[in-house]
Design a protein around this ligand. Sequence first.
Ligand SMILES: Cc1cc2nc3c(=O)[nH]c(=O)nc-3n(C[C@H](O)[C@H](O)[C@H](O)COP(=O)(O)OP(=O)(O)OC[C@H]3O[C@@H](n4cnc5c(N)ncnc54)[C@H](O)[C@@H]3O)c2cc1C
Length: 357
Amino acid sequence: MQYDLVVVGGGPAGMAAALRAQTEGVARILLVERDETLGGILRQCVHSGFGLVYFGEELTGPEYAERFIQQISHASPIDVLLSTSVVQLERDGYLFLSGEKCGLVLVKAKAVILAAGCRERPIGTIAVAGTRPSGIFTAGMAQKMMNLGGYTLGKKFLILGSGDIGMIMARQLKLFHREVLAVIEKENTCGGLERNRVQCLEQYQIPLKLGCTVTEIHGQHRITGVTVKNLHNAQENFVACDTLIVSIGLIPERELADMLAPAGGLPDWLFLCGNACYVHDAVDDVTLEAEATGRLAAQFILHGTICQPLALNTARLESGASSSLCCLGCPKACALIKTDQGFTGAACGRKDPVLLH
Ligand SMILES: Cc1cc2nc3c(=O)[nH]c(=O)nc-3n(C[C@H](O)[C@H](O)[C@H](O)COP(=O)(O)OP(=O)(O)OC[C@H]3O[C@@H](n4cnc5c(N)ncnc54)[C@H](O)[C@@H]3O)c2cc1C
């Protein structure tokens, strides 16, 4: 099979990038998604708060995703392969796909957009002693099991990590009449947005324990509790719980791109967007950047080059959001610094910074 563009991942980033590339004139587009439906992480985010910037209204995650799924299903030139994973990327633009309906397939693409999202850091990535009984979930997995699978997970919860997903889960558990003992955070400030701290913790009287961490897990078959250590005075306390929700960070899913890196440099036909590029707070930013990436890929496919500069959202910069600016010209996603002369910091030296905000 031959395509002009293959998009890996059918979350908000992949869908927006594919649609934009199509609008720009790319004819043969394949969108590959390993789940059985499009939508990515949004399918499990049943709370509202999505789309305020992009649509000017407050939507739930599934509602936001549905608007793009509808467009994709009406966009005839976009082929969609569901329940299919891209398992390997080759230097010459070949991709190996593996799916329950298609089996193992080799596809050739002029350009590839990697929009594979991110994965969660599990408990094993931090130094915690003790056993590994059941009842320990990452926050995103807990969210998926509750909202898509209808599982109850447990009765007495402790949340490790005060990122947005951890706080959103703490609130949801309260709404489901579960006991939420506390959110434990090793830093001295909350890890997520202030809005979420107030709306998810303060308004539901869920304690936020700053400067604390979990140092030991207790229990054999099922978790019976954890040791919580105060990092300021080294005091340790046993806290009884039957479920631990771990929300200690997200890692961009770039394994397919990393497969190419050892051979030296990354090819210019490979583009990155969404959480695979860097972890975003809001899906609206994901969509806007992915559209710009779709446009970039289209320029590359149709003209063999990328025309610069791209639209730069100065309002976002002026609002002080520059800390999250990074070059989207290649998978390295170098952090950029604003200077009087423009932007510097594309440390990979591959091309001038590509600014897509
Ligand atoms: C748990 C959670 C809660 C969030 N809550 C909010 C919120 O309240 N408000 C807000 O604005 N933002 C929220 N966000 C952020 C926002 O939803 C994400 O930034 C956005 O979904 C990222 O889009 P994406 O397309 O990059 O990744 P994803 O949505 O993760 O989509 C990536 C897709 O790629 C697929 N994929 C991965 N690897 C392969 C492969 N090899 N082959 C084929 N397919 C593959 C995955 O199955 C997935 O469908 C939340 C994020 C998370 C993780």
